[in-house]
Design a protein around this ligand. Structure first.
Ligand code: PLP
Length: 431
């Protein structure tokens, strides 16, 4: 059987020179070989030999324990090296390097992302973040006065603001479904959406992972509900892509927007939009594109001059994610969480925003509240006294601190967090 290196080398020999970033591929090969040489494949969630190798792939400041990787996450060294290298290359001769050399290679990135999501490269636009991806669809979808958008009051504020602006400007109606937290039965969420659909509903907009709680929603069931009513479904995948394993066919969504600087650990300022091919022509891009591009996914990338280094380094981020493997990554994140949630789950004054006894309902994000201690006070205590970074969350229905480790987080860091949380659960925080 050919080795991975031989396979990559033969792929290189046949690939058109313009489309392949050889330095990226050779670095990736070296990385995988080094991991293979150390017998790291097939290792599991608690195989600390493997995870130490991943921890050492990041240049970060461990003097602060970062348990706030939800908003945005650091990139591993290989990705940062690619960014610096490509930025330097750009700067040597910008008009040539940018437009003749680096931009055409974005097609490699498009194809890497498409493979990762299990779709055609002609359905993937490379954007700057989830907001840009989703707003292309939200603002570009033809809707008329009286048409209804169905979403939830746990969707991301910027995305809700986009619908609210259309409501003020064009008279569409925005309906926000509420559902109980923690979700004990995912079919309750599907039922809440089903009950809210009317003959005027023209689009559904749902989060794959609720940013407030880490709840994984039953997206496929919701998309199927929408399809059964002839309604397209926009999935906000800002917190799901490259977090745990799934592909487009697992969701059956029409539109999917995500950031790539969250769970893929891509450079900050990268995102992706998927639009099912037949639907591309019906969405007006946020920035104008020529008529000839009506059916071309690349029309969503007409944003003017921008750093190609950022999006081209995404191939390195995809290689890093593939080297870990999403199955293993999801297992690791759930394992890391178990190290502190197991210690706290029997305290009567501790509340979780997801059903922590049902693994499939959540992965790398958890919301926890300790009765009598406000999220602001708890996150300030963690940061000021213990240099542990989390974020306080307040919603009309619930509150807590959001805890989001990443693949580089060590069990020791989690145990330290668990120690502080147990102490606060027992004794509160002295004034
Ligand atoms: C659910 C959800 N959607 C969209 C976004 C927007 O992401 P970005 O700021 O990367 O555009 C976020 C950001 O945290 C989010 O959590």
């Amino acid at each position: 059987m050919p080795s991975r290196r031989q396979l990559l080398q033969s792929a290189l020999a046949f690939a058109p020179a313009m489309l392949v970033n050889t330095s990226v591929l050779s670095k990736t090969t070296a990385w995988i070989e080094s991991a293979n040489g150390r017998g790291l494949y097939g290792s599991g969630a608690a195989d600390e030999d493997f995870w130490r190798f991943i921890q050492q792939s990041y240049d970060i400041d461990r003097a602060i324990t970062n348990l706030n990787n939800g908003g945005v996450a650091p990139s591993p060294r290989t990705v940062m090296n690619a960014v610096h290298q490509l930025q330097q290359q750009t700067n040597n001769l910008p008009a040539m390097e940018l437009w003749q050399n680096l931009e055409p290679r974005a097609e490699t990135v498009r194809s890497d992302l498409a493979t990762f999501f299990g779709v055609s490269a002609n359905e993937i636009a490379i954007t700057r973040n989830a907001s840009e991806s989703l707003q292309n669809v939200q603002m570009g979808m033809p809707l008329s006065k009286g048409d209804e958008v169905l979403t939830s009051d746990q969707d991301y504020p910027r995305m809700l603001t986009a619908w609210d602006q259309r409501s003020r400007r064009e008279g569409i109606t925005v309906k926000k479904v509420s559902f109980k937290v923690p979700v004990m039965d995912e079919d309750d969420v599907v039922q809440a959406f089903a009950d809210a659909v009317t003959t005027r509903t023209k689009v559904m907009h749902i989060s794959h992972v609720v940013f407030l709680t880490g709840q994984i929603l039953p997206v496929r069931k919701l998309c199927n509900l929408a399809r059964s009513k002839n309604i397209p479904c926009i999935v906000d995948g800002a917190h799901s892509f490259a977090h745990f394993p799934f592909m487009q066919s697992d969701l059956e969504c029409d539109y999917f927007g995500t950031s790539l600087h969250k769970w893929l650990s891509g450079p900050i300022g990268t995102g992706m939009l998927y639009v099912a091919e037949p639907k591309i022509k019906d969405i007006w891009p946020l920035m104008a594109a020529a008529k000839e591009s009506d059916g071309n996914i690349r029309k969503f990338e007409e944003i003017g001059t921008h750093p190609a280094a950022l999006h081209n380094a995404l191939s390195e981020a995809v290689a890093f994610a593939n080297a870990i493997g999403l199955e293993r990554k999801a297992k690791r994140l759930r394992y890391l969480h178990s190290l502190w949630t197991d210690r706290l789950k029997n305290y009567d004054n501790v509340w979780f925003g997801t059903n922590i006894n049902k693994e499939s309902q959540q992965c790398g994000i958890r919301l926890v509240n300790i009765a009598g201690v406000t999220p602001a006070k708890l996150s300030a205590h963690l940061m000021d006294k213990h240099k542990i970074f989390t974020v306080g969350i307040t919603h009309d229905q619930f509150q807590g601190i959001r805890v989001t480790p990443n693949v580089y987080t060590t069990p020791e860091e989690i145990h330290r967090f668990g120690d502080v949380m147990e102490e606060v659960a027992k004794n509160g925080i002295a004034n």
